[in-house]
Ligand binder design. Sequence first.
Ligand SMILES: *Cc1c(COP(=O)(O)O)cnc(C)c1O
Length: 231
Amino acid sequence: MISYETFCLNCRDVEERIRQTCVHFGRSYAEVALLPVTKTHPKEAVEYAKRYGFKAVGENRIQEAEDKQMACKDIAIEWEIIGHLQSNKAKRAAESFHRIQSVDTDKLAGKLARGAEEVGRVLPILLQVNAGNDPAKFGTDADAVAALLESVLKMPSLRVDGLMTIAPLDEDMEVARRCFMRLREVRDQLAHSFAVPLKELSMGMSGDLEPAIEAGSTMIRVGTALFGLRS
Ligand SMILES: *Cc1c(COP(=O)(O)O)cnc(C)c1O
């Protein structure tokens, strides 16, 4: 694990990349949040994030996230799930996490809604869209999001904040850029036809945050550039 000092330097570097990209594309720095992704890293990563002033961390696996939450009981921070969630774990997830960014089926949404209802909360979610048509990625197809959104909007224990995507892994940054532009388009269309804000566009990671900001990202999810390589 890197030292807290190194983590701070990494944060400054990433923040500077975000700031310069915002300037370049005429966006406001305040509109682009940074979510530190602590997956595979020990609980110190969560401590660093809290100490630096982040309000949330991202984790991609339920079991690992729950174990880390137990180890971090005394740290007041929000936990967001950004990885694929099996519907048999949805009930637990609806109780334990602040927001689920990876909702991609009606079945999963239904189970999350019931889980949230049972504990009497409204669970914030994002719909994960496979905007890059990548066979290796989860997420609903871009042309099926409308149906999913329509169904989720009927579930009062869920609150849809927006959309999330992961770009296909490709050296050509144009591939990521097209994926992010597509997500933005899909969001704009849905927001218009359903008359809902869908404000959040969670897109961009360590290697592709620039095209994500260009396309309108409101949340960059960064692991490697903050905490170093995952083992
Ligand atoms: C791991 C992960 C990230 C962070 O990726 P880095 O390349 O390490 O910044 C972002 N989003 C999701 C969904 C992830 O699983």
